[in-house]
Design a binder for this molecule. Structure first.
Ligand code: ZN
Length: 255
């Protein structure tokens, strides 16, 4: 139970969910281990994409991060991807894919999926690195890091490819503005807890990314998720939800 019973009695009649309990329940546990797994239908492959087209720009020297080996300097295949809100992303495909034709298959696939993310989530994404390998995705570095073997075996099997990219793009385009803002840190304190174990264990690095997908689910996809899932999210992070509401994020093409 999140709040002490006495506080529930005091505040149960209040319609303002952002009220701060005076004492946090130290035995509180987050409702989820991690949030990319909460529901596979928040964004699906049937949803609209902002992706317009891909061109081929040859190969070029680029510094890339690869979870199998760290920072590496390679000559990736380069595919600038255009989106209908004016954003572009240079997709850099590891030379290990062998040919321009093979690299293009993966560049196209992920350019399209990334286009289902909102303008807000793509605004600072300048590049995407595509590697083989059984390693998780990553965000930050003005980039989205993709490992295709892990993508196929885990995210795509579970239907959470788009959901995972929402999490990673939140690192890239939201963290630097919000993760340590006064409003966010204040919301963390007022909520008396975290949405997931992963956020609790990494409160600066993961809290925005872990909280944002559940927020997107309750605000823009409430028709696709269960009432109980919605309630779990609303009960866990009411002040963070309020914080996100106040940001006026550009939600195109989701809304
Ligand atoms: Zn993360």
């Amino acid at each position: 139970m999140k709040r002490l019973i006495i506080l529930l009695l005091i505040f149960s009649c209040s319609s303002d969910k952002s009220v701060q309990p005076e004492v946090c329940d130290n035995n509180y546990n987050p409702p989820f281990g991690g949030t990319i797994f909460i529901d596979p239908d928040i964004i699906t492959s049937d949803d609209p994409t902002t992706f317009i087209s891909l061109s081929y720009a040859g190969t070029g020297t680029r510094q890339m991060y690869d979870r199998r080996s760290g920072w590496v300097t390679l000559e990736p295949f380069l595919f600038p991807a255009e989106y209908d809100d004016g954003l572009t992303i240079e997709i850099q495909v590891n030379p290990e894919f062998g040919s321009k034709e093979n690299a293009e298959i993966y560049a196209l696939k992920y350019a399209d999926v990334i286009g289902r993310l909102t303008t807000e989530l793509r605004k600072d994404v300048e590049t995407s690195w595509i590697h083989r390998g059984e390693e998780p995705f990553g965000g930050g570095n003005n980039n989205l890091l993709i490992h295709t073997d892990w993508s196929e075996k885990h995210y795509e099997n579970q239907g959470i490819l788009e959901e995972t990219l929402v999490h990673e793009a939140a690192h890239t385009s939201l963290d630097s503005y919000h993760a340590e803002s006064n409003g966010w840190l204040d919301a963390q304190i007022k909520d008396c807890g975290f949405i997931s174990d992963y956020a609790r264990d990494n409160p600066i690095r993961e809290d925005i990314a872990e909280s944002y997908l559940p927020y997107l689910a309750i605000r823009y996809r409430s028709d696709r998720i269960s009432e109980s899932l919605k309630k779990k999210i609303e009960d866990a992070i009411p002040n963070r939800i309020k914080y996100f509401d106040e940001q006026n994020f550009n939600m195109y093409p989701i809304q």
